[in-house]
Design a binder for this molecule. Structure first.
Ligand code: NAD
Ligand code: GLY
Length: 363
């Protein structure tokens, strides 16, 4: 088992990574009292709930099993967690455990942030995407019909356990979606890691344990470093949103869950690269390398062709990075370095926003 820490003073916490991490990490060390509420969903419960509860003998373990899907990532379903906490009379010393992907993790973290003004929570992420991104760094929350992740809180877990044994049952499409966020780290922060990904993408797609462990560790190291520098996204943390302003617009437009988050991020990242190229910041060779990586991972490289430029702009203007009414984007300056900017020619952005329609005309 490998480990690293997210350094946030008295709110610092470890991340354990690797095969068997759940058994090896001694969860009970991070639970301060007897009450525990496990939050999971209908897909994951039959696969892994018992495995987790076996590690909690001696505790008063309750559970909430949510329906599965991004469309249930709402205040209404977070309220189901509160209903259960109150029904079983959990007090301030309770610990919530999120067992699932990013949807379960974001909702459980938000419930923990709000319940009795804040109780402990532990992340046990079960998808690649949630192990490399959503479980680390304390962004929690839910969607609103008018915008992705618009309601939420920064609230850090006490522990993250990224056990790659969960991936035995993870569908191929979800593997690919997680790889999209891994590629992001290479593009924004670590050129050598990007090269490693080019050399090892087939191994990752084939769920090779060694390759996955390395990719998850490196991704978590980068995320932990960025979060330690800028927990509440006043600056560099925004880099982690490469492709997300475009991607969130795609997810909202297509209906939550129809495009997976990682798929929307892949197409959104290609759009960010396209605009960076139009601005003359990067060359076509880098765009081609990224395109090849995403394609090898079976990820979309263009947005859906039923989204107009106006629809994109409308949805992108409810992004959390909007400042004084101006859309701000994460673009790439060179491999391994991103920038947050609102200084781009609107006409160039419009050309980028129409690449879905242009590419469908070519077919
Ligand atoms: P998800 O939580 O919807 O999980 C994907 C699917 O895989 C679900 O159907 C789930 O039930 C299933 N699943 C999970 N683990 C499994 C396993 N081991 N075996 C079989 N099936 C399994 O999606 P996700 O990609 O994990 O997370 C996406 C969410 O994370 C989005 O809501 C996104 O906004 C959020 N997110 C948050 C942050 C953050 O910083 N908080 C960062 C990135 C993404
Ligand atoms: N996923 C982006 C962030 O955590 O900041």
């Amino acid at each position: 088992m490998n480990s690293l820490r997210v350094e946030l003073g008295d709110r610092s916490y470890p991340i354990f990574v690797g095969a068997g991490a759940l058994q090896q990490c001694d969860l009970t060390h991070y639970i301060k009292a007897k009450q525990v509420l496990v939050v999971t969903n209908e897909t994951i419960a039959p696969l892994y709930l018992e495995k987790l509860t076996q590690l909690l003998s001696g505790y008063e373990v309750e559970q909430v099993i949510l329906p599965d899907g991004e469309r249930f990532k709402t205040l209404e379903y977070v309220n189901k967690i509160f209903d259960q906490l109150l029904t079983v009379k959990h007090n301030r010393s309770t610990t919530l455990i999120a067992l699932g992907g990013g949807v379960v993790g974001d909702m459980t973290g938000f419930a923990a942030a709000c319940y009795q003004r804040g109780v402990d929570f532990i992340q046990v992420p079960t998808t690649i995407l949630s192990q490399v991104d959503s479980s680390v760094g304390g962004k929690t929350g839910v969607n609103h019909p008018l915008g992705k992740n618009m309601i939420g809180a920064f609230y850090q877990p006490k522990l993250v356990v990224a056990d790659i044994d969960f991936f035995v049952t993870l569908p191929k499409r979800e593997v690919a979606a997680g790889i999209a966020e891994i590629i992001k780290y290479g593009l924004i922060y670590d050129a050598d890691f990007f090269v490693w990904l080019e050399e090892n993408i087939d191994k990752l797609m084939a769920k090779n344990q060694q390759a996955l462990t390395y990719a998850i560790m490196r991704s978590c190291e980068i995320k932990a470093e960025v979060v330690a520098k800028d927990e509440t996204e006043q600056g560099i943390r925004a880099w982690l949103n490469l492709g997300h302003t475009f991607g969130h617009a795609i997810e909202t437009h297509q209906g939550y869950g129809n495009w997976l988050h990682g798929e929307a991020v892949a197409a959104g990242t290609m759009m960010a690269l396209d605009l960076s190229l139009r601005l003359g910041w990067i060359d076509a060779h880098l765009v081609a390398r990224a395109k090849r990586l995403f394609e090898t991972a079976m990820l979309p490289i263009v947005p859906p062709n039923n989204m107009s430029v106006d629809e994109f702009i409308e949805l992108m203007s409810v992004d959390k990075k909007v400042l004084n009414g101006k859309i701000r984007l994460i673009l790439i300056e060179k491999l391994g370095r991103a920038v947050v900017t609102d200084s781009f020619d609107m006409n160039l952005l419009k050309q980028t926003l129409s690449i879905g329609q242009v590419s469908s005309l070519k077919q």
